[in-house]
Design a protein around this ligand. Structure first.
Ligand SMILES: [Zn+2]
Length: 140
């Protein structure tokens, strides 16, 4: 099996990871009117959050009232091209030399270090460490 980084980062007593606040916002929203609506940025993050915990697509789908098919498709696209991860707000840029992983709250001084850290939540260590980061879009 793949070995992924646990959500260590900052102790949960001090502060919740940034994604916790974002997902609280999503919980407050009314349920989607139709499954044909494209996924919102928050919904994409919610799926990623579930995948980060190793949750099955069916479970993520039920939790966020998205179809299982949509979750599976999202997951397969991500695994086809891991760099797709960086199209979503998975890193908070908190000023010079502070790039924070939204999934666990850990900060890194360099963007590339933070990108590899985020990749390690989803992919095996050797993939996270060796993937070419050259073409990653900088989206914050
Ligand atoms: Zn992290």
């Amino acid at each position: 099996m793949t070995q992924r980084s646990p959500r260590s980062g900052i102790p949960p007593i001090i502060r919740k990871p940034p994604i916790a606040e974002k997902l609280d916002k999503l919980r407050e929203k009314p349920p989607r009117a139709t499954n044909r609506e494209p996924l919102s940025g928050l919904e994409r993050l919610a799926i990623l959050d579930g995948l980060c915990d190793g949750d099955a697509p069916g479970r993520i789908a039920t939790q966020w009232k998205i179809s299982t098919k949509t979750v599976r498709l999202f997951k397969s696209r991500l695994y086809d091209d891991p760099l797709n991860l960086f199209h979503y707000s998975v890193i908070d840029h908190r000023g010079k030399g502070m790039y924070q992983c939204v999934f666990c709250g850990e900060s890194k001084p360099r963007l590339s270090q933070c990108q590899r850290h985020v990749l390690a939540h989803f992919f095996a260590h050797h993939i996270a460490q060796n993937i070419d980061l050259g073409d990653i879009p900088e989206v914050f």
